[in-house]
Structures are given as C-alpha cells and as structure tokens.
Design a protein around this ligand. Structure first.
Ligand SMILES: O=CCCC(=O)O
Length: 524
C-alpha cells in the first residue's frame, strides 16, 4: 500500500508529477537550462496538506494555506496549511495529553513501532524520493541516499529503545542504597530544516519515540511534504495518536515562540542557522528547557603533502557535493599544502566539470537546483568576493540561466585568507582552495572560525592524523573520509555550531532525565 495523502493517494500524485515532469529542466550543455512547458500536461491535483494534531488531520484555524514550490522550475506543488499560534498550542495540548500514556508504553512496543516505520520508509523510498526532490531540488539519487540515512535512525533507535537502563549502588558510607533511573524528558518541540527534510526529522523523532517522549514537529516551510509523508508512515506503523504532531506554518517565529513560552514544553531540538539557534536558546531560558542545537558549519578540508590525492579528491567530491553543498557538514573551504595545491585543484575541477546540472527528477542529473534564489545570490556574492580577493575560477563560477535556481559546480584556487568565502557558510556547490606551508598553519587556518561542526583531514601519516584530529576545534572529524554522518555516531558541534549530540549511543540521552532514589537501609 502506498502513502495515503489525506484521502488522495500520494502514489498517484507522485506518478502524475513524475509523468508531468519528464523533460522539464533538462540539462543543456550549452549552458542554459531548457524549460519544456508542460503546463498542459501537468493537471496537478490540488494537493492540500493539513495539520496533524492528536492523530487527526485538520485545517489551520485561520483557514489559510501557503504554496510549496519546486525550486527546479518554480511550479507550485501543493498548498499547505498555515498554522497559527492557536494551532501550535493545540498540537502541544495533544502532545501533553499523550505524554503519560506514551511514557508508560513498554520499550519493546516503542521499538517495534520504529522498526515497522523503518521498513515502511525503505519500502516507499521511490515515492518519498520523488516528493523530496520536487520540494527541495536535489537529484533523485541524492534523495534516495537521504532516505536510507533517515530510515537508519529509526532502525538504530528501535534497537536503543530496549537498552535504556539505570544503576543500583551502595552509598560509600553505608546506610543507604542509590537507585538511578532514566525517564523521558517530556513533550518536545522539533524545528527541522529544508536541506535534509526527512533525515533531520528521523534523527530527532527516532530517539524521542524510543525514550517515550511526545512531540510537536515544525518542518521548514519550503519542505513540509516529506514530513507529512513521514507522519503518515508513523501512524501506519502504529504510533498512538498525539505522540507526533505536525504543524506547518509561515509564521515560524510566532508559533515556536508561543510553544517555547509554554511551561508544559520540556525540550527543544533545532537544526538550522546559528542566528535562529541563538534566538531559540534565548527563548528557551525562560522555562529552562533541555536544548539541542545543530547549527551552522564552516568545515575545513585539509590536504597534507603526504595525502593520497586520488582519495583526497574522492573525499572532496563527497564532502563538497553531497546535497549540492547544502549541508552543514559540507566542506566549506579547502586548505591544501602549497606543494600539491595546483594538482589538487586541477583534479577536483575535472571531476566537478563532469557533473550534470539539471532538474532533480531528470535522468542523468547529478546536481539539482539550489533551494531558492536568495541562496543562489549569496553563492554568487561569495564567489565574486573571492575573485576580488585574488581567487582564480578554475571551473564554473556562474549561474545557469533559465527557470530554477541552478549554479554550476565551481572550483576557485588561490583564495586569500581575508575572502568572505573562507568565513561564511556557502551552502552551494563551490570549492574555494587556499594553501598552507606547515601543519601549525593548517590548524590555525582550520580553527580560525566561530564554527566547529566538522572537519576533514587527508594524510597518510597516522601520527599526524591523530595529532591534527585532537587539535581541531570541531565535534566531528573525517579522517581520509568525505562523510562523517552516520546514525550510529554522535553527530554535533562545538562553538557556534551548537551543542547536544544526535545519533549514536549519545542520541537517546538527550531525551532522558536522570532521577535517583535514596533507599534507606537499616544498618543493624
Ligand atoms: O545539514 C546538516 C546535517 C547533515 C548530515 O546529517 O549529514
């Protein structure tokens, strides 16, 4: 059975969209994006998604909706309920009402729900990939990879649900015993981003379900459809009403502000920009909420003179081009030993210029559009600034004309340390390369940022690898590896990249409180 889309079959929706989109935004090697007007064939069903509150789908109290657009050609994909503050509070009411019952549900039952949801996500990978590609642009291959990643959080936390434990010990002085237990923190608010619309949801929802927490999820307004599809799957997997509530809104600040001010909320987890993260942390102080923040990055990619350059270029392609560069873990700047920098730049440019830019659903597309024009304009500004600061564009360096927000995969070498592109998060397919002469200089350059999420190190010298990994001010290091993300590993950053860890054995701890009971034991 396919996803049911509030009475209409999402499979039918996806099929009709897929047929309609065949040929739209086909890549054209002359440099333009050809848009084949398929309006006559589109015949889009008026997909309207609603809010999920207490297990029921309902309209926003305001009756308002907003449009979700395909970043690959600007087509409207759906109208989505635009929740008001009252809708947000109703969702929290539902989460609060479900909390006690859910916390009392046997861990095995919570794990089994997650396991069934894992199976369903895997089974529906193609449908989900089409929805995701349409709403955020990346190629279908990228969307499928994200869906596998997303599903694995459910499988991982299905296994963690039954391993929550405490301890029992004797007080050193005698006279009492100490019983330490773990309990769910309570109702949570999750604010998820558009760049990984499903995985950033499952990375929070999975451990919350495993730990026995209820939740309100507010997905990014650009990408609500993947989250709705996930809500349908979790309901089908047997998640009780009210445990997961989904609220889409364009008034994010108002709705999340009201929830953060509500003393019934006990935790907030946010993935997104450092700027918004700071504001959420400030607001969460009033009720002293448990907080997890997964914020911006500015990952350095270090290539030492002894690195295997083939592996370094493979790693660079992954670290830079995964998700079209729209990832907080993306290699943002390349610091390469001066003796190998030209060779590295030439090899990377060869690989980048081979990539096919096109609509995410078109056959052969490697690189889809950026999510919106503001993102593309920022990329253009950063490239222009890098060139003003002496950078030489080796490949790319321009937008693709035509509908959609496309930008060519770009390599710039000789970027000087004062260029903005080495300090600001690019969130696009641009690899700026700067050089260093020795290890200390490489580390100084890598740490010269307010961010501290991920870093990548390429070297064949094990001593150096460990030394450098220890000195880098980041939460995650890829050692001769271009991807650090793994559901079994603790994902998270330091400095302005936030705090808290998602995934791994640490992931579930974010959703658990520790309580201890002192038990008097008569001594005679
Ligand atoms: O963009 C943030 C998350 C990226 C990831 O989980 O790999």
């Amino acid at each position: 059975m396919g996803l049911a889309w509030h009475g209409m079959s999402a499979a039918r929706y996806v099929r009709s969209r897929r047929a309609a989109l065949a040929g739209v935004g086909a890549p054209d090697h002359s440099g333009r994006m050809t848009y084949i007007d398929t309006t006559a064939q589109l015949a889009l069903p008026a997909v309207q998604t609603r809010l999920l509150v207490g297990g029921a789908w309902r309209d926003a109290a305001s009756g308002r909706t907003f449009a979700v657009e395909d970043p690959g050609n600007g087509d409207e994909l759906a109208q989505v309920a635009d929740a008001s503050v009252a809708d947000g509070v109703a969702a929290l009411d539902a989460a609060v009402a479900a909390q006690a019952g859910w916390a009392a549900t046997p861990p095995r039952e919570r794990g089994e729900i997650l396991r069934r949801a894992f199976d369903l996500v895997v089974e529906r990978q193609d449908e989900l990939a089409t929805i995701m590609t349409l709403e955020m642009g990346k190629s279908l291959a990228e969307s499928r990879a994200e869906i596998t990643y997303a599903a694995e959080f459910f499988r991982w936390f299905a296994e963690e649900a039954v391993r929550i434990s405490g301890r029992f010990s004797a007080a050193p002085g005698g006279g009492s015993r100490l019983l330490t237990m773990k309990q769910p923190v309570g109702p949570c608010l999750f604010v998820t981003p558009w760049n990984f619309p499903l995985a950033m949801g499952t990375r929070k929802i999975g451990p919350a379900i495993a730990a026995g927490c209820t939740m309100v999820v507010k997905p990014a307004s650009a990408t609500p459809l993947s989250m709705y599809a996930l809500g349908e799957i979790l309901a089908e997997a047997g998640l009780p009403d009210g445990v997961l509530n989904i609220v889409t809104t364009r008034s994010s600040g108002d709705v999340t502000g009201a929830l953060l001010a509500d003393p019934r909320l006990r935790k907030v987890s946010f993935t997104g920009s450092t700027e918004i993260g700071r504001s959420i942390v400030e607001q969460s102080a009033a009720n002293l909420l448990r907080v997890s923040m997964e914020l911006g990055g500015n990952a350095p990619f270090l290539v030492f003179e002894d690195a295997d350059l083939d592996k370094a270029v493979d790693g660079a392609m992954l670290a830079k081009m995964r998700n079209v560069g729209e990832a907080c873990t993306a290699a943002n700047r390349f610091h390469v030993h001066a003796s190998v920098a030209d060779e590295f730049a030439a090899r990377l440019a060869d690989r980048m210029s081979d990539l096919t830019v096109g609509h995410g659903t078109a056959d052969g597309t490697d690189v889809g559009p950026l999510v919106d024009d503001a993102t593309r304009e920022k990329v253009e500004d950063l490239v222009a600034d890098a060139v003003r600061h002496g950078g030489e564009v080796v490949t790319g360096g321009e937008r693709v004309d035509g509908p959609g927000h496309y930008y060519r995969p770009t390599v710039i070498k000789g970027v000087s340390r004062d260029a903005r592109i080495l300090r600001e998060e690019v969130f696009g397919p641009v690899a700026p390369i700067a050089t260093f002469d020795d290890e200390d200089e490489a580390i100084r350059a890598a740490n010269d940022t307010e961010y501290g999420l991920a870093a990548y190190v390429f070297t064949r010298d094990l001593d150096r690898a460990l030394r450098v990994a220890e000195r880098l001010e980041v939460g995650m290091v890829g050692l001769n590896a271009g991807v650090v993300s793994n559901p079994a590993a603790p994902f998270g950053g330091v400095k302005a990249s936030g705090f808290g860890r998602e995934g791994g054995a640490e992931g579930i701890e974010e959703y658990l409180e520790t309580k201890y009971v002192a038990i008097a034991v008569p001594t005679d």
